[in-house]
Design a protein around this ligand. Structure first.
Ligand code: PLP
Length: 391
């Protein structure tokens, strides 16, 4: 066989770096071009350093180029990247066991993103009702301001007109109330599941009251609907506990995860009790890439580090420090742990001006700015952030 010649210098030219003509326009103009990362800093192609309070949208929990993540990636890449779900997968088995211990649930299904995890959870809830002979129980209820993803099923339980526009017809049987208080009445004998987030991240970083969430859980129990807690953004230590539901006294039937789980390697997970999980009988759902050895190995490394009580204590401490500092300079600061939001007159221009001064933030909606740094951030980085924002 013909041996491939090494291609020499693989670096892109300046023109290639900035040429996005053949990339679809759904992300809009992006402006900055990042080349590498280290800890809580990103460096662009011009060598400029940025303090990263986006963490790839609440993904890079351990920061950029974390040595243990890099080592795991390199080792697993040199051993086995992918073999499909036709075969036993020790890394997958280990992660499932670990997540079961941490969540109090029993079994995991692995996929590649948050929206896929929610898609799978919608299917699981419907199929669980179906196999129980409750063929009428198909409705999926979500909350106002919820965000569950962009695939058609997850989009159908994401009540944001701008995201749904033009994609009709969406999945039938999805419903939400216009206020949190009215959600209670939406959950009835026809409801397969109600999806909740403990902190509504994309909705503006709004923590929901524990009492409210508990009322929703009790209502689900009363009518026989499943409670699905979407921990895609809040999970993996982001709020200062491994899962956010632990802080509000919920007992989910199903949990969905993604984002922080493998520090940027695509992964998603659905956790469920044995009884509910049994609805996914052989052949009833699947994913080619889901749970492959590479993603699972990295996720195991991440979970080993983040689930450490000292690490979670660090998230709570720096999270409190961040919240206090933001309250000194901004208004309507809310959040949990290292997931904080603040109200500003114009979020888009605030974020743009911060980037000009070397600090990366994300806007959620028109007037909310979100702070979701890598969880390894230190108080001195918060000081650096606040100094720039105070200008
Ligand atoms: C709570 C929540 N659920 C689901 C998703 C969708 O995840 P993904 O973008 O990985 O599909 C997100 C993404 O922001 C999220 O915050």
């Amino acid at each position: 066989m013909h041996e491939m010649e090494p291609s020499g210098d693989s670096r892109l030219s300046e023109d290639e770096q900035w040429n996005s003509r053949h990339v679809m326009g759904n992300y809009g103009a992006r402006g900055l071009c990042m080349e590498r990362g280290e800890g809580v800093y990103l460096y662009d192609v011009r060598g400029r350093r940025y303090l990263d309070f986006t963490a790839g949208i609440a993904v890079c929990a351990l920061g950029h180029a974390h040595p243990q993540v890099t080592a795991t990636l390199a080792e697993q890449a040199g051993t086995l990247i992918h073999c499909s779900n036709l075969y036993e997968n020790p890394q997958q088995n280990r992660l499932a066991t670990r997540l079961a211990e941490l969540s109090g649930l029993d079994q995991a299904f692995f996929c590649n993103s948050g929206t896929e995890a929610n898609e799978a959870a919608i299917k699981l809830a419907r199929r669980y009702a179906y196999l129980a002979g409750q063929h009428h129980r198909t409705r999926i209820v979500s909350l106002p301001r919820a965000f569950h993803g962009r695939t058609l099923g997850s989009l159908s339980i994401t009540p944001k007109a701008a995201y749904q526009e033009g994609y009709w017809p969406l999945l039938p049987g999805c419903d939400w109330a216009s206020t949190l208080a009215e959600t209670f009445d939406k959950i009835d004998d026809y409801t397969a599941a109600c999806f909740v987030e403990v902190v509504q991240g994309e909705g503006g970083v709004h923590p929901l009251e524990a009492e409210f969430l508990q009322v929703i859980e009790n209502r689900c129990r009363q009518v026989g609907a499943l409670l699905v807690v979407d921990e895609v953004q809040t999970g993996v230590g982001r709020t200062g506990s491994f899962f956010a539901f632990e802080q509000v006294g919920l007992h989910p039937d199903v949990i969905t995860m993604a984002k922080g789980l493998a520090n940027g390697v695509p992964v998603g997970a659905v956790l469920a009790s044995q009884e509910v999980a049994s609805a996914f009988t052989p052949g009833s759902h699947g994913s080619t890439f889901g749970g492959n050895p590479l993603a699972m190995a990295v996720a195991n490394t991440v979970v080993d580090l983040v689930a450490n009580p000292d690490f979670l204590q660090h998230v709570r401490e720096v999270g409190n420090y961040l919240s206090t500092k933001l309250q000194d300079i901004g208004s309507e600061v809310s959040g949990l742990g290292l997931m904080q939001g603040m109200t500003v007159p114009d979020a888009k221009s605030f974020v743009a001006r911060a980037a000009e001064r070397g600090v990366l933030l994300t806007a959620v909606g028109n007037t909310r700015v979100r702070f979701v740094p890598p969880l390894i951030v230190e108080p001195q980085h918060v000081d650096e952030l606040v100094q720039v924002l105070a200008e």
